[in-house]
Ligand binder design. Structure first.
Ligand code: UTP
Length: 466
């Protein structure tokens, strides 16, 4: 793009201030600014400005009105076996893909670099990506099938993510079965709808939310790749939960039995204020309502048996049918507005890191696709086994709580196999434990592995099985 083209484009779109520092920029800075301007999606920015105009600053009372908790199934006994048979058939026949969203900024954790590279192994400090990839490897080996792995990155963390997989030899996966794709980056706007510069030669950009998965999959050729491979179900999960049971055959079978467009795993909320979205039924449709949109009365409402009425939260573990993803990728999702702290330049071109929110950021949410789903099914799971995310540096949902959950889960597996893991005074295992998913990715696979002999376990010290 030439300077004159940029002047015209920006003036047509009310964004001429982006060239305010032009005279102070050197050749390289000018080129990079022009490249950025050429990459701005002004059709999307027009939609952001509309969303901003409609934004009241208050969360709408979305939760109000006649809504009821969505029906939630629990799989046990015969029903679980039947679902698992169907799901394993799907996996065995190469019809299941895994998709991780790893384009977020991980700002609460404050980790430099892609969140997926965060060291979480209690003994080895292996990364979040390690645990995901090794589960896929193990499941593929178990069923003699390929489970292609789609990894969504952002422009910011794409190169380091790819480099991390390369450095780690793709954790044993065949690199031809790992597909990286990059979500769009969106600018932030001030209250007048003007794009924010964070340097004189640079537009602030942030990822367009996990809802960006749909258009990014389509644009990158990810959807065509899935079609070419004969994929039917896509197991979707977030990068920060190393407990997730990837491509869990029972969940896939359940999804297939229900002929669902989307299936959602849900678990009982830790307490009424836990920040999980809740799956509800309203006007014959299923929706996920964010916790911020519930009134305190709704959050705390109880059934006669003492359970919360809106008891189950969604932890972003979903299965999508591929044909639904294809339809939705073209349909587009609504844009959400949030008032946030965004670095910006002052009048003299110096970067300022604001101490309070100063600008509007825009995001799409994957669960808004529910509005178009004809059938959506919800399955309850045991959170101790499958959910302990790394969101914060300390406290709840931190590396420490996540590692404790991993160790506790592996201790349960070992005890199931008759290994007597001692408890400390707090009831947690007295030693650290780590199991490489490629050694055993489930309680059943660990039992098999130990039964086949040749594994010595010394319970008097930390246990590493790899
Ligand atoms: P979170 O909403 O927890 O955000 O993302 P985050 O970026 O990890 O952390 P904070 O909020 O900045 O502290 C949930 C999942 O969705 C992915 C994240 O990588 C994480 O797996 N995500 C989020 C994306 O892939 N893209 C986005 O634009 C946002």
């Amino acid at each position: 793009m030439q300077y004159e083209d940029a002047v015209k484009l920006l003036s047509e779109n009310g964004q001429s201030h982006l060239l305010k520092f032009w005279d102070q920029l050197d050749e390289n800075q000018r080129k990079s600014l022009l490249d950025q301007i050429a990459g701005l999606d002004f059709a999307a920015i027009a939609k952001m400005r509309e969303a901003l105009a409609a934004h009241t600053g208050e969360k709408s009372a979305k939760a109000a009105g006649s809504m009821a908790p969505a029906e939630v199934s629990v799989l046990k006994g015969e029903a679980a076996d039947a679902a698992e048979r169907i799901g394993s058939f799907e996996v065995r026949n190469g019809r299941v893909a895994a998709l991780v969203v790893a384009g977020g900024q991980g700002s609460r954790l404050g980790y430099e670099g892609p969140k997926g590279c965060f060291p979480i192994g209690p003994l080895t400090r292996e990364s979040l990506f390690f645990f995901h990839a090794r589960k896929i490897l193990a499941l593929g080996r178990e069923w003699g099938a390929c489970i292609p792995f789609y990894v969504m990155t952002s422009t910011e963390n794409d190169a380091p993510t790819r480099a991390f997989f390369e450095e780690n030899a793709f954790f044993g996966l065949d690199k031809r079965d790992v597909f990286f794709f990059t979500q769009s980056m969106w600018p932030a706007l001030d209250a007048k709808g003007r794009i924010i510069l964070d340097r004189p030669d640079h537009v602030f950009l942030g990822p367009d939310g996990h809802g960006g998965t749909l258009s990014a999959l389509e644009r990158s050729g990810g959807l065509s790749d899935m079609v070419r491979r004969g994929i039917s179900s896509v197991f979707y999960f977030q990068v920060d939960n190393p407990l997730v049971d990837i491509a869990d055959p029972a969940f896939i079978g359940f999804h297939k039995q229900n002929l669902a467009d989307i299936s959602i795993k849900v678990c009982p909320k830790r307490n009424p204020d836990e920040g999980l979205g809740v799956v509800v039924e309203r006007d014959g449709r299923t929706e996920i309502v964010e916790y911020t949109e519930f009134t305190p009365e709704q959050k705390n409402e109880r059934l006669p048996n003492g359970d919360l009425r809106f008891k189950y939260g969604s932890v972003a573990i979903h299965i999508f049918s591929l044909d639904f993803l294809q339809r939705e990728a073209r349909a587009g999702l609504p844009i959400h507005v949030a008032f946030k702290k965004v670095p910006c330049v002052d009048g003299a071109g110096r970067t300022v890191k604001p101490v309070k929110p100063n600008a509007y950021k825009f995001e799409k949410f994957i669960f808004d696709s529910l509005a178009d789903a004809k059938v959506c099914s919800c399955l309850a799971f045991d959170r101790a086994d499958e959910f302990a995310p790394v969101k914060n540096a300390e406290g709840d949902d931190s590396p420490a709580t996540c590692q404790a959950a991993l160790v506790a889960k592996w201790a349960r597996w070992l005890r199931d196999c008759g290994v007597n893991i001692a408890e400390g005074t707090d009831g947690a295992p007295a030693i650290k434990i780590e199991i490489d998913p490629a050694f055993a990715h489930s309680a059943a696979s660990l039992r098999k592995r130990l039964a086949s002999g040749g594994v010595e376990i010394d319970i008097s010290k930390d246990i590493l099985l790899q």
